[in-house]
Design a protein around this ligand. Sequence first.
Ligand code: PMP
Length: 290
Amino acid sequence: MNAYLNGQFLPLSEAKISPLDRGFLFGDGGYEVIPVYSRHPFRIDEHLRRMQATLDGLRIVNPHSNDEWRAIILRLIEAAGFADQAVYIQVTRGADIRRDHAFPQGVTPTVFLFTAPLVGPTRTQREAGIAAITATDIRWDRCDLKSVSMVGNVLTRQLAVDAGCAEAIMLRDGFLTEGSSTNVFCVRNGIILCPPKDNRILPGITYDVVLELAARHGAPFAVRPVAEAEVRAADELWITSSTKEVLAITTLDGKPVGQGAQAGKPGPVTRQMHAWYAAFRDEVMRVAAV
Ligand code: PMP
């Protein structure tokens, strides 16, 4: 039982939805991905809060209370045959009986979850960092909503794959926004820089953890618009996400990131932040296990 659909736990291969589901027809829904370590979900309250914000933005009534969500998620985690997981949650506006853009009346949201083994960066990616390209941000104006309408992110990620890279980081009007499925941080002259959480980026759960850790350990940081020129002249760049955690970008558009002996290698601030992140995650999980 690695899936849940509208009240039923079932194997993922048996989960079926209507082709008139508005998620399928219009990308009319929201989603979340929660990392799970040793069967303990990490930052579940924050993920549920962000899902509520997404559903509010999409004007979909949340079909469950947080207690109900927690019960579904924990049961799915328990039933899985592996301990480290990524739980995917999707809520769409539901299955209509016709295709019409306007909200249907009296339709129940579709609730779909599945869990899969948590796949983090490879050892090589962790040690050497990843190659990234820059791309124009072609997405809409509400990137703060975790909507399943993701074709802009899909096309952007494919540009990276076509270039033999792991991620594409996006620029809008001369400023950094985010990666195709990650937030982006830049280090210049020892200061961590990242764009503010506005309508142009997803408010990443890992982004918040990183800024909390920077504050806690006294690492200087500034949350402000980051210009393309600053990205290109960065001493260090890293991406964050729930599955990638903190991961160095070591080449950008084919050029090594950073200067001198550090060029093209994960930098000291990136390595320190990843170490803080890993220690924090382990501590949270240790407390959860007691
Ligand atoms: N930006 C985008 C576009 C994403 O898809 C993700 C992954 N959900 C992130 C940022 C990182 O968010 P989080 O740290 O919550 O995984």
